[in-house]
Ligand binder design. Structure first.
Ligand code: CTP
Length: 434
């Protein structure tokens, strides 16, 4: 696979009977645009929402629907033997349940049971259904078998209620496909049933502290200084580490992102909040990955009320430095592996090296934050991985979730297996947001 396309990948797209089935049309187009060869399998319920003709026209292939609909002798095996990945989007509660139980009463469920390739499922359903203990148990079963079940998104649902159950964003689904395929050699078959290779869990035993997002430094009750960080890189790192078996705590500045699965997410508003939250957990961690764009300056005297605009006239902002979190924590390190992210607009390698040594890091990820391919806010990232003890590795533009895995691969070589007894993280004054 070229570093940032799905060229040559055979993907079976399963579409089940959810109102979100129409979103699979755009998903099919995106996968095809990124080079994948996509064939579609629909359940009969899905055809109530979107016609097979739509998918046939866009994929240029017949849509397969019934176990007995065509003349193929083994329709459930057709296409799946060569497939690189099966993606079910949207995946209903019924589909997830059948897959967990190994039921095979239609073409898609039979195909999922027969698949020898990785499976990614993007749920869409009512919030009550997603949170039902039965479904929670089935999703756990699927994940334990190595099936990637994405977290549904929050927002307005077809029922008219607001909750967790919307089909994840298209980019999240496509990133999950990239991530799963990028691990294919090591993770071989994320399949159902005995005798098949389990998912890669090569970070079990590591305790990973990740920071993400911007910070906010108040000027008055409503105004603040911040930056353009979206938090996507840090959330991708946290998700990747958790998926690979690590215990993960994510300390996040204000972002619009949902907490990744199996990650404890702590909110922190200012640089000082973030420092306190990370410092309280640093002894516990075996690895610290600082992706956060921590504000370097804050108003020395923030005003607790809303200032009137006439009060602003000609008033200079008196700023002071915030703590350099990474530098402070690196002075306290005992066993931890430390990773920083450098946001640079010029002399990327030289500036990255300077920060690597100044902050006493093991690895620094150097990002360009200007131009068309700025890492800020983007779904992708073009980065240099710069280890203290090795050669820089220049990566092509990659989805952040894939970059996260590449970074973990590099950091892993520097981690000692965790023998340090679990220190209890302090939690006073720190609010869990998910
Ligand atoms: N960082 C930190 N505390 C700060 C500022 C930055 O811990 N107050 C961390 C970031 O999370 C990142 C690394 O230091 O991992 C480098 O951040 P960057 O913004 O690139 O550099 P700065 O240290 O702020 O230096 P400069 O602004 O001069 O580029």
């Amino acid at each position: 696979m070229s570093e940032n396309t799905l060229r040559g990948k055979q993907i079976v797209l399963g579409v089940t009977g959810s109102i979100a089935a129409y979103k699979a049309v755009s998903l099919l187009r995106t996968l095809a645009q990124e080079g994948a060869d996509v064939s579609v399998v629909m359940t009969s319920a899905a055809t109530q929402f979107v016609t097979p003709l739509t998918f046939e026209t866009l994929s240029g292939r017949p849509v397969r629907q019934g176990l007995f609909a065509d003349a193929e002798s083994m329709p459930h095996l057709q296409g799946t033997q060569e497939a690189d990945l099966v993606l079910v989007a949207p995946a209903t509660a019924n589909c997830l349940t059948k897959c967990a139980l190994g039921l095979a009463d239609d073409l898609l469920s039979t195909l999922l049971l027969a698949a020898r390739c990785p499976i990614v499922m993007a749920p869409a359903m009512d919030g009550e259904m997603w949170n039902h203990p039965a479904l929670v148990a089935h999703v756990r079963t699927l994940r334990e078998r190595g099936v990637v079940v994405l977290e549904p998104a929050e927002g307005p649902l077809a029922s008219g209620l607001v909750g967790t159950g919307r089909l994840p964003a298209e980019r999240t689904i496509v990133d999950a496909v990239y991530a799963r395929l990028s691990h294919q050699p090591a993770r071989a078959a994320a399949c159902l049933g005995p005798g098949r290779q389990a998912d890669r869990r090569d970070w079990v035993g590591q305790r990973v502290l990740v920071s993400a997002g911007p910070t906010r430094e108040p000027i008055d009750a409503v105004r603040f200084i911040t930056n353009a960080s979206s938090g996507k890189m840090g959330y991708a790192v946290a998700a990747a580490a958790a998926e690979r078996g690590a215990e993960v705590v994510l300390v996040s500045g204000p972002t619009a992102l949902p907490s990744p699965p199996n990650v404890q997410t702590i909110s922190a508003l200012t640089a000082e909040d973030m420092y306190q939250a990370l410092d309280a957990r640093f002894a516990w961690a075996t690895v610290l990955i600082m992706t956060a764009a921590v504000g370097d300056f804050r108003p020395r005297h923030p005003v607790p009320t809303k200032m009137k605009k006439h009060e602003w006239n000609g008033m200079p902002l008196d700023l002071e430095r915030t703590p350099d979190i990474l530098e402070s924590l690196s002075r306290k390190r005992t066993h931890q592996v430390l990773v920083g992210f450098a946001a640079e607009s010029e002399d990327l390698l030289a500036n990255g090296r300077k920060k690597l040594h100044q902050k006493n890091l093991d690895v620094i990820v150097v990002n360009r934050i200007t131009g068309d391919h700025s890492a800020f806010g983007s779904e992708t990232n073009e980065a240099i991985l710069l280890p203290r003890d090795g050669e820089p590795r220049h990566l092509d533009r990659l989805p952040k979730r894939v970059l996260a895995d590449r970074l973990l691969d590099m950091v892993q070589d520097r981690c000692v297996p965790s023998h340090v007894p679990l220190a209890q993280p302090k939690s006073e004054g720190i609010r869990r947001i998910h």
